[in-house]
Design a binder for this molecule. Structure first.
Ligand SMILES: Cc1cc2nc3c(=O)[nH]c(=O)nc-3n(C[C@H](O)[C@H](O)[C@H](O)COP(=O)(O)OP(=O)(O)OC[C@H]3O[C@@H](n4cnc5c(N)ncnc54)[C@H](O)[C@@H]3O)c2cc1C
Length: 405
């Protein structure tokens, strides 16, 4: 039996603490905040999309960074195991669109309660308001941790599950990465992943708050198409956000030659959409153009798209020229916006980058550099799309770290 210290009470740390305790160790879970799992509480807009029900192969299609590193961890503790674990803790789960798994109550706090039940049952000691600021290492072995209040924490084995650097108010502030570097680990440069996108164009500002359902977005670097996604997005005061924007953001790196082409009617090809527009024009032929597009677009968007197509909104529909109609079709089917950049890492759903996984054993999550150190969760250079994958990664890497001390 070892004295195990787990730092960070997100899903990775809680799971590591529970599995270490189940393996017979004496475990203390240390958290900088005054309560556990602060980030988990806000996940999934307060509903916590705790995992995804897809088959394991499909699950991996949604992992963005270092999926090979995660193979043995996911096969050791699968999404099925996660569901059972949460339900055994007393929280019933349901599966929604896209195989996303949520608590039936739609309350993330119930997911946290399940974890708490397991922590309690397995006699994990929880120490809150204990921010680790220093790792004291001798002979490649951690001897103790220093807390912000100057106190020291001793143990035989240490698991760091301190998360990335996104939403720092939740406690995951990324400050320990310098310490990991100082003791010999390399850190893959942190970058916001799954983050809203700022645009150079000013017109989206007037549409802030407007959600668009089922559009298609294609990211271009110069003239080269990088990737495209179909789904929902929202206009904001700085540009665009929402599910497909977060996905696209993952493919935007440095440089300012990125643009996004938006297709507001992806179900219709350009020719079919043009015919549809002609039918509407026939129906509303005596109306002003500004009063003829309600069947196609939300009201708020109509004056904007007419201006982008450079047509007089007061013009009668029956006098719209073929060229004007062509410009309108172009705005519906291929509206180009210029990317200014990504919002900061503090606003990202997930951090890309972190402790280099080449220095971590994928079967045990143990450091290859420090003898009595393991990592779990987002602190490592792993990340995935939205859909419950990131919490699931935290859970299965936590399980592996805790059960292999
Ligand atoms: C708004 C938002 C919504 C999200 N929704 C979802 C979702 O629905 N589904 C999904 O799969 N993913 C979602 N994610 C991503 C998911 O929350 C994270 O990937 C996941 O929480 C990572 O778990 P973790 O345990 O590795 O780290 P974290 O949950 O970040 O936990 C790390 C813990 O370590 C503590 N800590 C950090 N430094 C120290 C220190 N020096 N000393 C002591 N303690 C420390 C922190 O206070 C924190 O409690 C969302 C993220 C955000 C920001």
């Amino acid at each position: 039996m070892k004295n195990v210290v787990v730092v960070g009470s997100g899903p990775a740390g809680m799971m590591a603490a529970i599995s270490a305790s189940k393996s017979g160790h004496n475990v203390t879970l240390i958290e900088g905040n005054n309560r556990i799992a602060k980030k988990l509480y806000i996940t999934g807009k307060g509903r916590c999309n705790v995992t995804n029900d897809k088959s394991i192969e499909n699950f991996f299609d949604n992992v963005l960074t270092n999926k090979e590193f995660l193979y043995s961890a996911l096969y050791t503790f699968t999404n099925e195991d996660t569901k059972k674990f949460i339900e055994d803790g007393g929280t019933k789960l349901k599966v929604e669109q896209g195989d996303r798994v949520f608590p039936v109550s739609d309350k993330s706090v119930d997911i946290i309660k399940s974890f708490e039940k397991h922590l309690h049952k397995n006699k994990v000691k929880i120490q809150i308001e204990s921010k680790v600021v220093k790792l004291n290492v001798e002979d490649n072995t951690i001897k103790s941790l220093t807390l912000a209040n100057g106190k020291k924490v001793y143990g035989d084995h240490f698991i760091f599950a301190t998360g990335g650097a996104s939403y720092p108010l939740t406690g995951s502030d990324g400050k320990l990465f310098d310490e990991f570097k100082r003791i010999g680990h390399s850190i893959v440069k942190l970058k916001p992943s799954l983050v809203p996108v700022e645009l150079k164009d000013k017109w989206p500002i007037s549409l802030q708050g407007l959600s668009i359902k089922n559009a298609s977005m294609a990211l271009y670097k110069g003239d080269k198409k990088v990737i495209s996604f179909q789904g929902d997005f929202i206009f904001t005061h700085f540009g665009i956000s929402g599910p497909i924007v977060l996905k696209i953001s993952r493919y935007i790196f440095e440089g300012n030659d990125y643009s996004i082409r938006i297709d507001f009617k992806p179900a219709l090809d350009e020719k079919t959409f043009d015919l549809r527009l002609q039918r509407d024009f026939q129906k509303y032929k005596n109306k002003d153009l500004k009063n003829s597009l309600d069947d196609l677009l939300p009201q708020k968007f109509i004056p904007v798209i007419i201006e982008l197509a450079k047509i007089n909104p007061e013009k009668k529909v029956n006098s719209i020229t073929k060229e004007e109609r062509r410009r309108l079709v172009e705005c519906f089917k291929n509206l180009i916006v210029s990317v200014k950049g990504l919002r900061p890492i503090s606003e990202a759903i997930v951090t890309s980058g972190g402790v280099n996984v080449d220095e971590i054993n994928p079967s045990t999550m143990k450091s290859r550099i420090i003898n009595n150190l393991s990592f779990a969760g987002e602190v490592m250079d792993v990340d995935a799309f939205t859909g419950g994958y990131n919490v699931q990664i935290a859970i299965f890497t936590g399980f592996l770290a805790g059960s292999n001390i």
